[in-house]
Design a protein around this ligand. Structure first.
Ligand code: GSH
Length: 235
């Protein structure tokens, strides 16, 4: 049976922007595993009832159904031990730091910068749901939350540890990419797919890493459909 990844789509089914799904796409490519995707919308909760979950990514691998991007990476290491993503013990505990760093430092800064582009990239049938749930989460309207100047300043500060690491290594996991890179890069793919905002200047050591990440696995990220590829969709 084909391996299936339920993957968030936007205004066009080809527009795939979930940072969590991008982690898993890179992880599957890292392991050399084939998969198909099923385009999923925010409001398509019934389509995930079989997994008893309401978010993507969901990976169906034969008899196994696994939810949550980090748990999927752990599952992939258990089921396919070659080319480890997270590793075991101490390595896995350290990799987990990058999940929290991406979710708590990078993503909020990016969200402030690209939120209106993100809304525009979402399928119109999902926009009310997105607005309602996110405004509740932020405690203000999307328009009030939107502040590219603040977001970019916040991002610049949050990138400091990446700069240190990337001045010494080509990848966050050292000489070759693994889970730390994928956990963090998923957020950059999210921004890249929905927005044309320049988040990182080309003089920044992070920029070279982004370019290397885009080229990995046969240009997986570089070849992804972006909002600008969809006729009439970019504001
Ligand atoms: N902890 C989860 C988070 C997954 C998540 O939040 N996915 C978003 C898409 S980026 C989602 O499906 N949201 C559904 C919703 O907001 O109702 C993971 O790492 O996979």
């Amino acid at each position: 049976m084909a391996r299936v990844l339920y993957d968030l789509c936007g205004i066009d089914e080809k527009l795939r922007f979930s940072p969590y799904c991008w982690r898993v796409r890179y992880a599957l490519a890292h392991k050399g595993l084939d998969f198909e995707t099923r385009a999923w919308h925010f409001t398509d909760k019934e389509a995930l009832a079989f997994a008893d979950y309401d978010k993507v990514p969901v990976l169906v691998d034969g008899e196994e159904t696994v939810t949550d991007s980090y748990e999927i990476l752990r599952y992939l290491d258990r089921a396919y031990p070659e080319s480890p993503l997270l590793g075991d013990g101490v390595a896995e505990a350290r990799a987990r730091f990058f999940k929290h760093y991406a979710e708590r430092s990078l993503a909020p800064a990016m969200m402030r910068t690209i939120i209106m582009d993100l809304l525009n990239a979402i399928d119109p049938k999902d926009r009310d749901y997105f607005r309602e749930t996110r405004e509740k989460r932020f405690g203000r309207t999307l328009e009030e939350f939107h502040s590219p100047a603040k977001g970019l300043a916040q991002l610049d500060a949050a990138l400091a540890p990446l700069r240190g690491q990337l001045q010494e290594n080509d990848f966050l996991d050292g000489g070759a990419p693994a889970a730390a890179d994928y956990l963090v890069f998923g957020s950059f793919m999210w921004a890249r797919v929905v927005s044309t905002a320049d988040l990182v200047s080309n003089a920044d050591p992070v920029y070279g890493w982004l370019e290397r990440m885009l080229d990995l696995h046969g240009g997986l990220g570089r070849n992804a459909v972006r909002i600008t590829d969809i006729e009439g969709a970019y504001r």
